[in-house]
Design a protein around this ligand. Sequence first.
Ligand code: 8YV
Length: 312
Amino acid sequence: MTKPAVLQVCSYPEWDQTLLDQAYRVHRYDLAADKPGLLAQVGPQIRGIATNGGVGVMPAVLAACPNLEIISIYGVGYDAVDIAACQARGIRVTNTPDVLTGDCADLAVGMLLALSRGIVKAEAWARSGEWQQAPFPLQRRVWGSRVGILGLGRIGEEVARRMEGFGCQIAYSARSVKPVGWQFIPDPVALASWSDTLILTAVANAATRHIVNAAVLRALGPEGLFVNISRAANVDEEALLQALAQGTIAGAALDVFESEPAFDPRFLDLPNVLLQPHHASGTVQTRKAMGQLMRDNLTAHFAGKPLLTPVV
Ligand code: 8YV
């Protein structure tokens, strides 16, 4: 039997690549020098697309694959795929939830600790010999503080649990009250004004676009910290840059940026920001589990079995 044709639009670790190449006729859109040419040549044969959360599927790719049956995303976020268009065409979409939850929560906590305790600057202080001239300036305590989780989903819940372990008070926003013991403050401005630290863990969609805006940052206030491990689209980045430059908030730790992997160079001039290269799920163990799930969804589909983690 001929192997199904799969269009690969992003790169994967070699352990996934080898297995994908064995199972499918893989066409590497990500590597193609002539992308429109590749689409014109193989588009009608393509039955599956393998992608990730950041790349998603470009509209031109979707349009060039009339016989597409499934899009398998290596990542939990599906904001870079036009889900409504897929639904209209009966294209199945899968993602990789759960397997990355713990890592994303770990990084959010690590980012908050690093920002609040100045861990990165302190390391430079020790290495550069400044320590011999003066003790490192006093930083700010995390334990016992108020942590607001903006968008309590699977990842937000794990962040909250971890922060409870630090003796923090927790409040959250979500579309509706959840069966958790934490305070529900649905309005983002009210949540920000309650919080010492606001941690953004919301999914990204049209309704959450710029949910963190100038008003939310003002409410967070000059002592407030902001952590984003969600998507840059959920933040008005211009308002954030202003707030950081003007001291409207105390600082921010960011794993995601509007134009990543490039980002606004103004971030580099800000002393009160911790910059991370979108790696919240980036451990070997988790990426292996994500790759397995991404491939298992394709396998299930082409074997006519139920999808493991369907979005639609
Ligand atoms: C990954 C992500 O960085 O899960 C997501 O939505 O953004 C991340 O886990 C990405 O999908 C892997 O390339």
